[in-house]
Design a protein around this ligand. Structure first.
Ligand SMILES: CC(C)(COP(=O)(O)OP(=O)(O)OC[C@H]1O[C@@H](n2cnc3c(N)ncnc32)[C@H](O)[C@@H]1OP(=O)(O)O)[C@@H](O)C(=O)NCCC(=O)NCCS
Length: 155
């Protein structure tokens, strides 16, 4: 397996991979997400390539305080053979080379597989809640919030 930086020739296969890994959402058009990730020198897309096929991906970026990773994916047919671990190591190296001191990442709380994966790589639970606000409204409108704001602690 080799790790390479994304080039335009990879686009079709990368989007297929994200779809196969259920990482696409209507409000995150993959073409636009790819364009944004490669347009800026503080972010990149790293790919795992085996037998000239894209078998894994990770998007990483340094915001000047923390490093973030997105779209970590291993082809379902290649899971459990170290691709995800290798991609995360390369993302860590890429971010460290930029001077980034710490990685943070977001995982849907229902994604038990990814949580187990990150546990085994030493990523620790953080007592934070994520809030978000659209600055450019996605085509078709933004998704409905699924978690209501809680004003008082549970009794
Ligand atoms: C998460 C994902 C990238 C892991 O990729 P992978 O290539 O199968 O992972 P690896 O083979 O490198 O596994 C690395 C370690 O994680 C552990 N691991 C992998 N999947 C796991 C799971 N479902 N539950 C618990 N641990 C898991 C492995 O046991 C391994 O530990 P070890 O080296 O100590 O044996 C892959 O399952 C995936 O693409 N999932 C769908 C997309 C997704 O949810 N991405 C994360 C978005 S936040």
């Amino acid at each position: 397996m080799e790790i390479v930086e994304y080039r335009d020739i990879h686009q079709t296969r990368l989007i297929e991979l994200w779809r196969a890994c259920d990482l696409t959402r209507p409000w995150n058009p993959p073409e636009a997400d790819i364009e944004r990730a490669i347009a800026n020198p503080s972010s990149t897309i790293l790919l795992a390539v085996e037998d000239e096929q894209v078998t894994g991906s990770v998007v990483c970026g340094y915001d000047g305080h923390r490093g973030w990773v997105y779209y970590l994916a291993t082809d379902p047919a290649r899971r459990g053979s170290g691709t995800g671990r290798r991609l995360m190591r390369e993302a860590e190296n890429w971010l460290r080379d930029k001077g980034c001191p710490k990685i943070e990442l977001m995982v849907r709380d229902t994604n038990e597989a990814a949580l187990g994966f990150y546990d085994s790589l030493g990523y620790e639970h953080q007592p934070v809640v994520v809030r978000a606000k659209w600055l450019i409204e996605p085509e078709g409108g933004s998704p409905t919030a699924t978690v209501p704001r809680r004003r008082n602690p549970p009794t």
